[in-house]
Design a protein around this ligand. Structure first.
Ligand code: ADP
Ligand code: MG
Length: 345
């Protein structure tokens, strides 16, 4: 939990000092779900009831989607891999699986929702993290193929074609939860709020004074500091980086974002990727996928669509900010050796 605190404080500071002096303190809650620290702060409309409803929504989703909870729907799907049974799911789970599959098709070789056996081979699931043997890794890699995940959205069911295959929604679950929590808070009348679901910061509306939220992107090499600060309204900023979960062996760092082409932690020249979008789930999925894709492919992908903006931090200390963010971003790491550039369409 400790590693999340600096960022929470950093976010709090920015949000806190941004609120007008006359406004009341926000209603807030901090809790642990989906294997991470989460916080919800409501600045206007709704109140503690709204926060409680959003928290329940997120905790309910965790119960449905967790791969380590044997009673979850994802565990049911995984345990029937290869036996031909089409497993019944809640409609939202089927939709999420179908979305995750579609991201594999958007960025082939970068994202795969059936990456679970490889996560297990590295011990990321059990916390007993280690470099897998070549045999273990190739056996796990042979099971990774999102084409073998068959989703029937109409019937609200899914199956995995081969025994041993498993789905892992770690790259999208928090973004999906952000979208659902955002909807719950708005239904409860919330017009100004800040959600931090472990690396996914979602803002509702603007600050109570009507100006945009100021959200810090963490410096991946010094996570108690900001890399830059973004002006956001009604959006999610989702960050993926090798610094979130990792272990060290023989002086090498091995992190939890896997390149499905190699089965090894992605090493594409990036330290972190932040995706900004009004589509919360898309932001989360793409931050993982573009981290694997690398800076050039990430910028090509950005140029191909209108619904995302990016902040890329490269291994050679460049911070590349896409032009849609230009007016509202502020660099914050020049004294730490970063250079900033704007990417154009
Ligand atoms: P975090 O969960 O730390 O915020 P991400 O959103 O980037 O970070 O998700 C990382 C998680 O996604 C991993 O823990 C794993 O469950 C899953 N994952 C890792 N590599 C991939 C990949 N290439 N494609 C899809 N999912 C992945
Ligand atoms: Mg993600």
């Amino acid at each position: 939990m400790k590693r999340f605190l600096p960022f929470l404080c950093c976010l709090f500071l920015l949000a806190g000092c941004a609120a007008p002096a006359s406004s009341a303190e926000p209603e807030q809650a901090q809790f642990f779900s989906m294997d991470t620290v989460m916080s919800i702060r409501v600045y206007s409309g709704g109140g503690l009831d709204a926060i409680q409803a959003a928290r329940q929504e997120i905790e309910g989703l965790d119960k449905l989607l967790s791969r380590t909870d044997p009673d979850s729907q994802i565990s049911a799907l995984n345990s029937h891999a290869g036996d031909g049974l089409q497993v019944s799911l809640d409609a939202e789970v089927a939709n999420l699986l179908s979305f995750a599959k579609s991201v594999s098709q958007l960025l082939p070789g970068c994202f795969d929702v059936t990456i679970a056996p490889v996560m297990d081979a590295w011990g990321f699931t059990t916390q007993e993290r280690h470099i897998p043997s070549a045999d273990t890794l190739s056996a796990a890699m042979a099971l990774v193929d999102s084409n073998g995940l068959i989703v029937d959205e109409q019937a609200s069911s899914a199956r995995l074609e081969r025994a041993g295959m498993e789905v892992d929604l770690g790259a999208v679950a928090k973004g999906f939860a952000a979208g659902q929590a955002d909807a719950v808070l708005r239904q409860q009348g919330v017009t100004s709020a800040l959600l931090d679901l472990g690396g996914n910061v979602t803002v509702i509306g603007a600050k109570p004074d009507g100006t945009a939220w100021q959200v810090a992107v963490k410096d991946p090499q010094n996570t108690s500091e900001a890399l830059c600060v973004l002006s956001l309204e009604d959006q999610t900023a989702s960050t993926s980086g090798g610094y979130e979960r990792y272990f060290e062996e023989n002086g090498q760092i091995y992190h939890h974002i896997i390149d499905p082409k190699t089965g090894y932690p992605a090493d594409s020249g990036l330290l972190s990727v932040t995706v900004i979008s009004a589509d919360h789930m898309l932001a989360d999925a793409l931050s993982t996928a573009l981290f694997v894709a690398g800076p050039d492919a990430a910028l090509d992908f950005w140029r191909s669509r209108e619904d995302i903006e990016l902040v890329l931090c490269t291994q050679d200390n460049r911070v590349i900010v896409t032009e849609g963010l230009e007016a509202g971003y502020r660099p914050a790491g020049e004294d730490r050796g970063y250079t900033y550039e704007i990417a154009r369409r």
